[in-house]
Design a protein around this ligand. Structure first.
Ligand code: NDP
Length: 678
């Protein structure tokens, strides 16, 4: 069989491996499958290409443009996923594993594409939080903004997820407007290379937005600046070596790390054998031990169960694991494939031996297990192994040794505090799960263990059908963890994008902030509307365009009519004496919703026109009571515009209601969908 030459993509050119290349093993046969690496890669040219070509092109696009790009990339990868599946079997992964790596990676792109359109502006300045009032009269304000870094993101990935591992970093990076240089782990870089080729061949990305290093990075990290980011997934040792380099430290170069993690799963004290939770617990542990042959950063390494149920868990888990067919990942019957390489297998056995010095192996024998459809002496196969640690309070190695394979340790706890203490002994993990139907148990674990874990996953009979699994990082939720897990965060929705942007506090007048943020700020110049704004199309409306309505006096009849008509006869609107006893009211007052309804009556233009729908109202505040005899009027200003599709966009209006004394009585933001010009 011919050997794959895995190429790098350097400043627009594919570069083949040279004599410095490392060979790559087929996980299933142990044979050499390919080679990767080139000792004379021009890493400076890569950095220059990203910074000078890719970065400016990406920064010219708005968040919405970039989000559309992510969606197109996801669609393209989806169309080619069979080729990715076919290649991935050589990594030891089964079809079910591919679904996590390949489909999961594509899904992550789709989620960021959708979040980029829904939660970010159609602009290249992101607003972080609300306006801060820094002055008495509102002429000097503050706003945090985020803008794209001007450098490059260097992504260093682990071997276990050659596609998802790349895409979960690439999606937030590209959405941030930053070019990426992806360096996959050599062991599985041939799969990443194919995914990169599919994306580049599609022509969707601007030139310079994506480059690939198959093999070593040379001295690239020593050439980074404060505008660059390193995002790393892998071992704690490598992370420490890279992040503690003189150059990285001296230049405060951002280093996001996701590394070893001894994730725990706690069986709640209520989840006794026979409950749905007990069965669920065993199922989740089984899945985490066998998916990707346990080579998952989120896999359950420590099984924490009530002391009295440890034997029952071992028995139920043993029964499930004994039915797990290990073998050729291509076979439909196979439930667990091979580890990535024989060297990884040796590493797992070494780590298992360390754990074995403090715990007894109760399930699985690496010297005696069945492998179907493959040669167990050549491929990197191992059986699932469960150790029982009788003294988890003193046997610290079971809490700090990550055997990155199908290996887990079960330990008993005496009470919930003990379970929490054991979970926290991992000194920082990506995820801890708790299988319980008792809400008090969940609350106690959240408070007692939250600080040690990046994610807490609770599951029980109510959520088990729809839950996503202990081990699945979701693009919407934070992935990362404190301490041993690296201290970094990835994903987490738009939070994940911020790793590649700079947050800047901007201070200035309302007009200055309006110009920067493309969002009208109270106090900024009002643009008199040339016609009623409801008669103007989305594209014609200017930020700051304003109308002021005529006043309307509110009568007691109005209040009583509204009360009987709606059924809202709350005493503050109906009973003057009762209202006076309430510290908020001077006497009978108008309903807040009456004010809103009258406001709409004041500003709405009734004829058919470009306003298609009223889709909501945000940030409503009633500031001062309105009584019969008072009058209200409205100022309505175009605050922000967000295109939604080719036909219409969302207009956010700032509405202020004032009374006859110019006091604000209510304020809110109104959302409408407005048509584009035909
Ligand atoms: P490594 O830390 O060895 O490698 C991770 C990445 O770093 C790879 O892309 C690797 O490239 C790269 N790398 C290694 N040395 C350097 C360097 N000097 N400069 C730049 N890049 C470098 O982890 P592995 O992937 O080999 O996995 C080893 C162990 O890491 C596992 O056994 C497991 O314990 C842990 N791990 C933990 C994960 C987690 O998220 N918890 C995920 C994956 C692994 P190359 O492959 O070319 O050496």
């Amino acid at each position: 069989m011919s050997i794959l030459d895995v190429k790098s993509f350097v400043a627009g050119q594919w570069v083949a491996p040279d004599e410095d290349a490392r060979s790559i093993e087929n996980a299933v046969t142990g044979a050499v499958l390919g080679r990767a690496g080139n000792g004379s890669l021009d890493v400076q040219a890569m950095l220059d290409h990203a910074r000078d070509v890719g970065g400016p092109a990406l920064r010219n696009l708005t968040f919405h443009d970039r989000a559309r790009m992510l969606k197109a990339l996801a669609t393209e990868l989806n169309a080619h996923k069979q080729a990715l599946y076919d290649l991935s079997f050589a990594t030891g992964a089964t079809q079910a594993d591919h679904m996590i790596d390949i489909d999961g990676g594509v899904g992550t792109l789709f989620v960021f594409a959708s979040k980029g359109r829904r939660e970010m502006p159609d602009s290249n300045v992101y607003l972080d939080g609300d306006i801060e009032q820094l002055s008495r009269h509102g002429t000097f304000l503050g706003q945090h903004i985020a803008t794209s870094l001007h450098g490059v993101a260097v992504h260093i990935n682990a071997f276990n997820f050659p596609v998802w591992g790349m895409l979960e970093k690439l999606a937030p990076t590209l959405l941030a407007g930053v070019p990426a240089i992806v360096k996959p782990a050599t062991a599985t870089c041939y799969v990443t290379e194919l995914a990169v080729r599919i994306m580049l061949d599609s022509g969707i990305l601007p030139t310079g937005a994506l480059q690939l290093v198959a093999g070593g990075l040379g001295d690239m990290l020593d050439r980074l600046t404060c505008q660059d980011v390193v995002s790393f997934t892998g071992s704690a040792d490598t992370a420490f070596k890279l992040r503690s380099s003189d150059h990285i430290m001296r230049n405060s170069i951002r280093f996001v790390a996701e590394q070893d993690s001894l994730n725990a799963s706690i069986l709640g004290p209520d989840a006794v054998p026979g409950t749905p939770e007990f069965g669920l617990f065993v199922k989740e542990v089984h899945r985490e031990m066998t998916t990707k042959a346990g080579q998952k950063c989120t896999a359950i390494r420590r099984i924490i169960a009530p002391q009295s149920h440890v034997d029952a868990v071992i028995e139920a888990l043993g029964a499930r694991l004994s039915k797990t067919i290990i073998g050729d990942p291509k076979a439909d019957t196979t439930r667990m494939g091979a580890l990535v390489s024989n060297s990884q297998k040796r590493d797992v056995l070494e780590k298992a031996a360390i754990i074995g010095a403090h715990a007894e192996r109760v399930i699985g024998d690496p010297d005696n297990f069945d492998v179907q459809g493959a040669d167990s002496t050549k491929g990197a196969f191992l059986p699932p192994m469960v150790f029982h640690c009788a003294d988890p309070d003193t046997a610290i190695r079971v809490h700090d040794t990550e055997a990155f394979g199908p290996v887990s340790t079960i330990m008993g706890y005496t009470d919930l505090d003990h379970a929490i203490a054991l979970a926290n002994k991992g000194q920082g993990s990506l995820v801890a799960s708790v299988i319980t139907h008792d809400t008090d148990v969940a609350r106690a674990v959240a408070v007692g263990a939250g600080a040690f874990h990046g994610r807490l996953y609770f599951n029980n009979r109510d959520s088990m059908k729809e839950s996503t699994g202990h081990g699945s990082p979701l693009p919407h939720m934070v992935h990362g963890g404190p301490g041993r897990a690296g201290g970094g965060e990835e994903l987490g929705g738009i939070r994940g994008v911020m790793h590649y942007m700079q947050r800047t506090a901007v201070q200035g007048s309302p007009d200055i902030l309006t110009a920067i943020s493309k969002t009208w700020v109270p106090g900024a110049r009002e643009i008199p509307a040339p016609a009623h704004p409801f008669t103007r199309h989305f594209d014609d409306l200017d930020i700051g365009e304003t109308i002021h309505t005529d006043p309307r006096t509110i009568s007691l009849e109005d209040i009583e009519h509204f009360a009987t008509f709606t059924g809202d006869t709350f005493y503050a609107h109906m009973d003057d004496a009762a209202a006076k006893r309430n510290p908020f009211f001077p006497g009978r007052v108008a309903h807040g919703y009456l004010l809103l309804s009258f406001a709409a009556g004041l500003f709405v233009e009734p004829n058919e026109g470009p306003v298609l729908a009223n889709t909501g109202l945000d940030a409503l505040r009633f500031m001062k009571p309105v009584q019969a005899g008072d009058s209200i009027k409205v100022r309505l200003t175009v605050k922000h515009k967000t295109p939604r599709n080719d036909e219409y966009g969302e207009v956010r209006w700032h509405a202020t209601l004032t009374n006859q004394d110019e006091d604000k009585v209510a304020e809110y933001e109104l959302l409408t969908m407005n048509a584009f010009k035909p």
